[in-house]
Design a protein around this ligand. Sequence first.
Ligand code: FO1
Length: 319
Amino acid sequence: VDKINKKTVLLAGGVGGARMAQGLLRVLKPDNLTIIVNVGDDEQFYGLLVCPDIDTILYTLSGRVDRGQGWGIEDDTVNALAMLEILGAPVWMKLGDSDFGLHIWRHWQMAQGATLSQVTQACAERLGIRAKIIPATEERLRTRLRTDAGWVDFQDWFVKARAEPAVREVFYDGADGAQAPKAALKAVEEAELIVLAPSNPYLSVLPILAITGLRQAILTSRALKIGVSPLIGGKAVKGPLDKMLHDMGKVGGAVGMARCYHGMIDGFVVDKGDIEDIAALEQDGMKVLATNILIKEAAAGARLARDICAFADAWRGSA
Ligand code: FO1
């Protein structure tokens, strides 16, 4: 089937974001896809910068990801971690040996002055990925969560505490004043379609939109802006979103998700089973696409991507 010619920007984080990216990469012409990736989950481990959302996209788009987990590298070993444990280091973050290879390379390149954008794009090219992958900012931005025991760093909560402590508030430390890379702003300006991936809004997409210049560029872009619900039947496909919505007292369901992007999006994609959300979304001024949004495997991601592009094409006609 011929590839679609549509300059597209995807705002992504987490496993859902990586799967949406893979779907779009399969249906769009090469070099039509730019992925702007959340950096709020980034963390130093043993002195090395780990960028879980960037790395998950690199491994997913290059066919290396451990699909069962959704992150990390298929069949990776943990010998380095075993030695670190013997030496008394904390080893709650399961960092595989091949994964360490990328962290070592990234750290080595940045220690010589390369930027995170340059390193990320070099990884994409050397891993054979025909998409531009750009961090949302080069500067330090960290998602922090207020629990009843106080403020915690993201990975300490998500991995070490297994996302169990109730989250009452989320804060994107460093977002104020953070600049988006010029290449990200340029991609947004030139885009025909901007997709907000089916990721946890609070943990993956809002940290990107918190970057003022990027949010402004998206608002003023001529592109069609379409969000994709990360919930099906009010339930998260993966991750702590349901519990977060409850603990933060936020509106759930597809309507609650679309409202996270209030004023930013023109349309919203919900699961075909969530018919009851459509009326509420349309009352919120959304155009709605109801289709199968569960990305069980790569082909499903491609089908969803094709549906979104067709939705955008039909829009131009009806607007
Ligand atoms: N998630 C876990 O639940 N447990 C882990 O031990 C873990 C290790 C890990 C290592 C590298 C990496 O890139 C991601 C890793 N993740 C792990 C997932 C990661 O915490 C999340 O995917 C993102 O930060 C949010 O989606």
